[in-house]
Design a binder for this molecule. Sequence first.
Ligand SMILES: Nc1ncnc2c1ncn2[C@@H]1O[C@H](COP(=O)(O)OP(=O)(O)OP(=O)(O)O)[C@@H](O)[C@H]1O
Ligand SMILES: [Mg+2]
Length: 353
Amino acid sequence: MGTISLEKAGKRYGGTEIIRDLDLDISDGEFVVIVGPSGCGKSTLLRMIAGLEEITSGSLLIDARDVTKAPPVERQLAMVFQSYALYPHMTVRQNMGFGLKLAQFSSDVIKVKIDQVADTLKLTHLLDRYPRQLSGGQRQRVAIGRAIVRQPVAFLFDEPLSNLDAALRVDMRLEIAKLHRTLGATMIYVTHDQVEAMTLADRIVVLKEGRVMQHGSPHELYESPANLFVAQFIGSPKMNVLACAPSGDGKLDLSGQGALSLTFSGVPTQLGARPEHLTLVTPDNGNCRGTVEAAEYLGGSTSVFVRNDALGLINVSAPADSAIRIGETVGIAINSARVSLFDAQGAAIARFA
Ligand SMILES: Nc1ncnc2c1ncn2[C@@H]1O[C@H](COP(=O)(O)OP(=O)(O)OP(=O)(O)O)[C@@H](O)[C@H]1O
Ligand SMILES: [Mg+2]
């Protein structure tokens, strides 16, 4: 089992509140990814769960047992850090077995467990090496192996792949997904990487200043963000936000630059449109127009930045082979079935395409 519940959990350093009244229920075997801007409290939250940081208010339950005040060893969680945190004077085998030795397993049992995990993680040929004799990716695999041998009730990962190069990150991302399928263990994973969050998560939790802004499946967060913050945080490149207002005829006016036909409830003041839901058209067509300020060829597509004096810089994802000239006037067609609407407070407004 590996259910984890935070109830009104909080963390203060002196007068500063880092985590505020946080409620989160994680089910057994769930893969939860925590994202949010730098300094929003992601590492602090993981460390509170691990027992490395005191919880100053509220409570933490693991498998329905209150462990708010329990020392780390009683929580049976394993944490994997960005920095690997391997012991430099120990071989891979000694690093992996250290926790088991402390827990007083016999050396025979320790050997069997390490051999099994080393086989899964393709570390067998490295068992006698020291960390300095390993590549970054190999070190990270050892750190993960060290966590697995202990058979924890849950794994906590704090940006485990951010020190690796792009190709290795992709490999390790697939390894972690496979590991989650094989072990079926609860995993809580902090990352800045959009692709890791979208591909690994059963559920993504978006934090801002120590508060949960929204949690849900990657699809839910991408398609139905609850507020402007989540809308702009999830998705790369970022969602465009255009000032708008209801016009008398039931349409949505885009700062006098054009209009969009769709029905909605409430009073939208901002329209969110992802770059992939915009299309470049001739200047007299589309929902608004502007001047091409820059174009970035990305191989698979081209990001075109169109300036409209009232609406700002709008990012349009165009086909890679588009013939685009800087300075030309273009029209932008907005796919009204895919836009998000927000009120003056930034809360999402229901819309009907
Ligand atoms: N020991 C401490 N004493 C006081 N403030 C702290 C302490 N540790 C962390 N903080 C503060 O708590 C806030 C959250 O830090 P935390 O490391 O959890 O952020 P994070 O979301 O993991 O950021 P990053 O994405 O940069 O890793 C920061 O403002 C940080 O300065
Ligand atoms: Mg951090």
